[in-house]
Design a protein around this ligand. Structure first.
Ligand SMILES: Cc1cc2nc3c(=O)[nH]c(=O)nc-3n(C[C@H](O)[C@H](O)[C@H](O)COP(=O)(O)OP(=O)(O)OC[C@H]3O[C@@H](n4cnc5c(N)ncnc54)[C@H](O)[C@@H]3O)c2cc1C
Length: 426
């Protein structure tokens, strides 16, 4: 078969790998002039490694991603340091990435609340019955089982941070998936995620996959027994097409989809993200903390502060200290229209809270990355609303972050759904 894949993110490339391995002719259209999609990175001249535009790491439980890397023979390039994650409590940060550290965290006291926190965590880790959990909101389930105090101190800030105005509507299966599929050890690829994406693209090209960069697809239409892909004013025909963009874009690319499928795509909710990457002259967290969870009510102008060079060595970045400051936001939030300088003015005063010695002249350079589609929002009984991978148009398939449910989005599940779509197409 002659197959087109729209998008050279991890999902599209994983699908291309399997389809080409089975002998099909595969062409990938990618609108950007690089591969890697949301997990892509960039590199300054004095850096050996790239930095992801949006902070990225793997979990040890990411079996689809790590399995693919093993198949490709690059497992020796995956590293799993043990960075420190901290939680805010009354103006201070406390390590929060192991059972012992959680037990010592002062934010929940040392009585019944801590026991409830522990039992709820254990239950969620052990149960596989997410179908029961998706029937209720995380807000109501947590209030009932973890209790008001534990919920308001631990889980509510996480929900508000990720989902903003939708935080009360997110179902409990999302929370279950987060707790179930995560580990404290975090991994990356030598050279950064972009290095992996580039090596993977090279491998695909070597196998005969054509990757067209800077090729934005404008429409996909069924004409007799072929699918016609239109890009840069030219049309080409294919037997099958896999789209890996956001649901919104899918609806625009293929308006001939039946009304109920289109409606399903357009009704899916998601959050965008704005993430600033900073190159600093000095280390921000001298305690060596990697990930700061920041509750919105503590007044921070961002949800997460991530010091990348407390995860991998600054030597890979010519001695620069790399810090991310980011937030999940509804599209239309003021951060989307602010200039890099305005956003830095908003964020910079908060950096003193991580290191009182911080001065504005520590900032060597900033890059701001924005995306409308960063985090799907799963509502109650969401499994009924997932668009099918095989669309009602014959030969047209769709695999996106919004369909990896009950799991939360991530490169691991992009690989899984890409490979699942490839199996269906074969
Ligand atoms: C802030 C943030 C933090 C994250 N952190 C992590 C993390 O720590 N670990 C992790 O594993 N994952 C993380 N993720 C999620 C991860 O990036 C995604 O799940 C994954 O990259 C999705 O891959 P994909 O192939 O499904 O889609 P994408 O990467 O979005 O790929 C789709 C591709 O389609 C292309 N495209 C769009 N429209 C067109 C068109 N018309 N024509 C041609 N091409 C088009 C796009 O340019 C893009 O390259 C994070 C995401 C965000 C936003």
């Amino acid at each position: 078969m002659r197959i087109a894949i729209i998008g050279a993110g991890f999902g599209g490339m994983a699908a291309a790998y399997d389809l080409r391995s089975s002998g099909h002719e595969v062409i990938i259209y990618e609108s950007a002039d690089y591969v890697g999609g949301l997990a892509s990175g960039f590199k300054e001249l004095n850096w050996e490694w790239s930095v992801e535009k949006f902070y990225h790491h793997w979990f040890q439980s990411d079996k689809y991603m790590l399995g693919l890397i093993r198949e490709l023979g690059w497992e020796d390039k995956v590293i799993f340091p043990r960075p420190l994650t901290v939680m805010y409590y009354k103006g201070k940060f406390y390590p929060f990435d192991s059972i012992v550290k959680m037990a010592l965290f002062p934010g929940l006291g040392f009585g019944l609340d801590k026991i409830r926190f522990g039992f709820v965590g254990l239950f969620l880790r052990l149960t596989n019955n997410w179908k029961a959990l998706e029937k209720v909101t995380a807000d109501s389930w947590m209030l009932k089982w973890a209790g008001k105090n534990v919920y308001e101190k631990m889980w509510k800030p996480l929900l508000i941070g990720k989902f903003g105005p939708f935080y009360r509507d997110v179902n409990m299966a999302w929370m279950w998936a987060r707790i179930k599929a995560r580990t404290t050890r975090l991994g990356t690829f030598e050279g950064g995620f972009q290095n992996f994406a580039n090596l993977f693209a090279e491998k695909l090209r070597g196998m005969g996959v054509e990757i067209r960069l800077g090729a934005r697809v404008e429409s996909i239409k069924r004409e007799q027994d072929k699918l016609i892909v239109r890009s840069d004013g030219k049309s080409e025909s294919f037997d099958k097409v896999l789209v890996t963009t956001s649901p919104n874009l899918m609806a625009k690319l293929s308006p001939d989809l039946p009304e109920n499928y289109l409606k399903g795509l357009l009704e899916l909710k998601s959050m965008g993200a704005v993430v600033m990457v900073l190159a600093l002259k000095h280390q921000l967290s001298e305690e060596g903390y990697y990930w700061f969870n920041l509750p919105k009510e503590a007044g921070y102008p961002m949800l997460a502060l991530v010091e990348h060079t407390n995860f991998v060595s600054k030597e890979h970045f010519g001695g620069d200290h790399i810090v991310y400051a980011g937030d999940y936001l509804e599209v239309g939030h003021e951060y989307f229209s602010m200039s890099d300088q305005q956003l830095l003015d908003r964020f910079a005063p908060a950096f003193k809270k991580f290191n009182p010695a911080f001065e504005r002249d520590w900032v060597k350079k900033v890059w701001v990355n924005k995306t409308n589609y960063a985090q799907p929002v799963p509502l109650v009984n969401h499994s009924k609303n997932i668009p099918a991978i095989q669309t009602p148009i014959e030969g047209l398939y769709f695999a996106s972050m919004s369909q990896v449910y009950p799991w939360d989005r991530g490169t691991n599940f992009a690989v899984e759904i890409g490979r699942r779509a490839a199996r269906m197409m074969k």
